[in-house]
Design a protein around this ligand. Sequence first.
Ligand SMILES: Cc1ncc(COP(=O)(O)O)c(C=O)c1O
Length: 480
Amino acid sequence: MNRNDISEELLKWTFHISTLNHHHRNRGKPKPMAQNRDHYQLFKDEETRIRAQLRERFVGKSIDDADLVRTPALIIDRGVFEANCAGMMKKAREWGAEFRAHLKTHKTTEGTRHQLQTSEGSTGAVVVSTVKEAWEVWNAGLVEDGVILYGLPVGVNKVSDLAGLWDKMQPYGGIVRLLVDHLDQVKLLENFENKRETKRRWSVFVKINGGQNRAGVPPSSEELRVLLEAILRSPATSLHGFYAHAGNSYASTSKSEATSYLSSEVQIVNEAAAFALSNFGELLKSAHRTEPFVLSVGSTPTAHASGAEAKEMLDRALHGKLELHAGNYPMLDLQQQHTTLIDYPRIAQRVRTTVISYYPGRGKGGEDEALIDAGAIAFSKDTGPSGSFGEVVGKPWKLARISQEHGVLSATTRGERLEVGSTVDIVGQHACLIAAVGAFNYIASRINLGTQAHPWFYVVDSTSSDSSKIVDIWVPWKGW
Ligand SMILES: Cc1ncc(COP(=O)(O)O)c(C=O)c1O
């Protein structure tokens, strides 16, 4: 295989899955059968085989077996992960909102299943940050009659893939929903549908910019007016509601601050809905819109602030139904701990590393330093308001500096040495980046296109009788 062939294979593997025979939940609906085994299926078969091999090798063994578990190793505590998922579902319910789970933090089938099916209820609504996540969550049979929201304003190069996915979901009643924040995206959907024999209307959320200036249009703005008019007049779109994501809520350091971010998220989507109703009442009627708008808000800090106490916010007139979305909450990290909305024991992930060298008194203040076998590829370079790139679990040490493949620990108090050859677990700043930077795909690596780093996640369960036993191996999805 030359490199071009390989790229083509990879592209097929990532995107061209029209003949995939995926696992269905039995809903009594007719099931389209796989047609023939294409390359994607071959990759899938290989991946399934490797997953089985990994499980055979690790499950039931001890995570503390240093000969078996090569560091750096990303460890997920499934009991804590599950409890976080149930807790979030409960919050959404208490708040009177539907819940939409973002999958980008772990990008795994198993993690998604915990997010969607919890002891506190279930949901079939997801939001994804990549087309790859969208296809994989569908392949896993978790959302075939649900709704996959593609969580970036839709790009010209993504429409045809997302349309292919919608085709697959349609027989089961599932749909792909889009975010839009620019007139050209509506035109793009129109042009795309014009070329199709059977034309469809894409269900869209308008993304509202709450001042973070990441994506979206301001509520009550001329941009919103022009965009709404285009959506309502277009034969290719149908307005589902308004979506806000308070990325800036990560700066919260108290529940009241996070609640005020939540309140401003609700305010802006509500303002946008009121704006639509007052400017386009007639057009909305002629577009046969009978359902209320969906007002989708969230981020892990604001979602943590939702729940029973934040309910009074709903007493204000809402021009739609609330939906809560969040993604980081199953794993959590130091950034989330800094918001004060979670306790340390709720952090479900940590990276195990090995101390490979030691430097007594080398630090600026004379403190000891140690070298570990994990750097930016294992932790990302994200920092947080608490400082450092990570904190050692149960020991007064922090991850002070990082290079690509190694990091420098610095003692935060005198007197507790680390032994060369010992392992330490570190909680990093941002779980989404830690898992994603490390995520690689085994198949891609076999043809030298993958990265190294966390090829799989070791899963333990602190709620079981043996918290050091590896209970599962999760292999993350990689690619866009
Ligand atoms: C569009 C969108 N929705 C939801 C989320 C989930 O936010 P969080 O990870 O804070 O829960 C993100 C995160 O980046 C996002 O970009």
